[in-house]
Ligand binder design. Structure first.
Ligand code: GLN
Length: 484
């Protein structure tokens, strides 16, 4: 085991005991990055020099509170001052923001060491990171498979030992799904828990920042650091943030866990089903009360999601017109051609597909038939969850219907690709907190257990996740990588 393979809490204890320095930890990560990047390709940008400067400064101070001296990476959707922020799009290939996203500012204040920016599906639209305008990322468990998406770089880098944690964004599953495919822990908290300021928008009513780590304790620590009200984001909620690490208790006797029958149908792989059922048995053995429930509107979640998400995306992406920033086609002869040629060149095919679908759904004459209907379905989905949460503390289900698929296998078939999100999008539609933790393997690939909580009850799902982790060892498995 190298330093780069350790968890944040293990690294913190080495730092505090002066058994390692921040610079040594960084070096270990950089060595791993150099070794595996030709195969994994998780990073769009590596910031060796600035990372070393920060690590040295932390070592000089010798104060290892919070996340001081811990390396991390950011999905390239987070604005970073002075550092290229591409959203994996040609449109923003040369975009250098002059400010940091709030979540990033909080990590900087906590002394964490930013190592680089991570690959993703263009504008966070996708489930495999194959829609990056630059290159696909590979799953460290099997380089021929996708890492999931859209935060595929964030999950792959953590799984491959390149960085102990990363941030992603989750609009319909983009933190939980890649976490499941790469065998790491991923949390998408309640909508409004973490500021979205400086996170390039995809679908504003669904987008939420998420955290990817190697275990639940690390997840609690990072979540605590970046959560909380931000006057710069009017949708961030001004309520107290609990100290999530206090929820790392393994006594869950009496915890009421529901599993929705609909989440075990709809093409869910038998091995995935079996692993999640086994996890429910583990919960029972720990003293939890487990029962089956129904979320009757689940089958409408995916179509409704793709209407809402694309409608909002079409509005959010209207600003990339080549005028203020982003790619501009200088060959155009007039301003209207300049708009359309810049957009034609700057956006990839999936982004264009979504802008067209979204614009159509919002157009006069179709608005009521599609967008308004989707909003009504959204309410029904939320009501389904509310009803279950009258009697239960946590909902448990698979994170994804299958394990990671092969690169190239689905990319030509948008609808099949969209199906990967079928078990994660309802959580975003309802604004709830959701988490994925490793719960088994099928064909050598990790399986994710999804835990869903009541609004702002992140502590409850963290507690449930921690208890499971204490009772099992799936989170300790590491991919072979095939490098030194
Ligand atoms: N795969 C889903 C989509 O493409 C979710 C993406 C996300 O959560 N950013 O919309």
């Amino acid at each position: 085991m190298q330093l780069c393979d350790l968890t944040i809490h293990q690294l913190k204890s080495l730092l505090e005991k002066k058994e390692a320095t921040a610079e040594e930890i960084l070096d270990s990560c950089l060595v791993r990055i150099q070794a595996v990047e030709p195969k994994v390709r998780a990073f769009i940008t590596v910031l060796e020099d600035s990372a070393r400067e920060i690590a040295r400064a932390i070592d000089k101070q010798g104060n290892y509170q919070g996340l001081a001296g811990i390396p991390y990476g950011l999905k390239d959707v987070f604005c970073t001052r002075g550092v290229k922020t591409t959203c994996a799009s040609r449109m923003l290939e040369n975009f250098v923001p002059n400010y940091d996203a709030t979540a990033v500012s909080r990590l900087i204040e906590a002394g964490a060491v930013m190592v680089g920016k991570l690959n993703m599906d263009e504008f966070a639209m996708g489930s495999s990171t194959e829609h990056s305008a630059f290159f696909p990322t590979h799953n460290p468990w099997d380089y021929n498979r996708v890492p999931g998406g859209s935060s595929g770089g964030s999950a792959a880098a953590v799984a491959a030992g390149e960085i102990p944690f990363s941030l992603g964004s989750d609009t319909g599953g983009s933190v939980r799904q890649p976490a499941a495919y790469c065998g790491v822990v991923g949390i998408k908290p309640t909508y409004g828990r973490i500021s979205r300021w400086g996170v390039i928008a995809y679908a504003s009513s669904l987008d939420q920042v998420g955290v990817l780590t190697r275990d639940v304790a690390d997840c609690a620590l990072v979540l605590k650091t970046i959560s909380g009200y931000d006057p710069l984001d009017s949708t961030s909620i001004n309520i107290e943030v609990p100290n999530y690490p206090d929820s790392l208790q393994d006594d869950i006797r009496g915890l009421k866990i529901a599993y929705p029958r609909e989440y075990f149908q709809q093409g869910v792989d038998e091995q995935v089903k079996a692993a999640v059922m086994q996890a429910l048995k583990t919960y029972e053995s720990l003293g939890a009360v487990v029962d089956e429930v129904s979320l009757p509107h689940s089958e409408y979640a995916l179509p409704a999601y793709y209407l809402v998400a694309n409608a909002e995306a079409s509005a959010n992406l209207a600003k990339y017109d080549g005028v203020r920033y982003g790619l501009r086609d200088f060959s155009a002869e007039n301003v209207v051609d300049m708009f359309s040629q810049s957009r034609a060149q700057g956006f990839g095919p999936e982004v264009k597909r979504r802008i067209m679908l979204g614009t159509y759904a919002l157009s006069a004459g179709y608005y009521e038939a599609y967008y308004l209907k989707a909003l009504k379905v959204r309410r029904l989905l939320k009501n389904d969850f509310d009803q279950v949460f009258e009697n239960f503390d946590v909902i448990a289900a698979p994170t994804t219907p299958t394990v990671a698929f092969k690169i190239g296998e689905q990319v030509g078939d948008p609808l099949t690709l969209y199906m990967n999100d079928i078990l994660t999008v309802p959580v975003n539609m309802a604004g709830l907190p959701g988490m994925s933790i490793p719960c088994g393997f099928a064909d050598g690939m990790p399986i994710g257990l999804q835990l869903i909580g009541k609004p702002f009850a992140e502590s409850t799902i963290i507690k449930a996740a921690y208890a499971f982790e204490q009772a099992t060892s799936f989170h300790l498995a590491k991919p072979a990588l095939g490098v030194k």
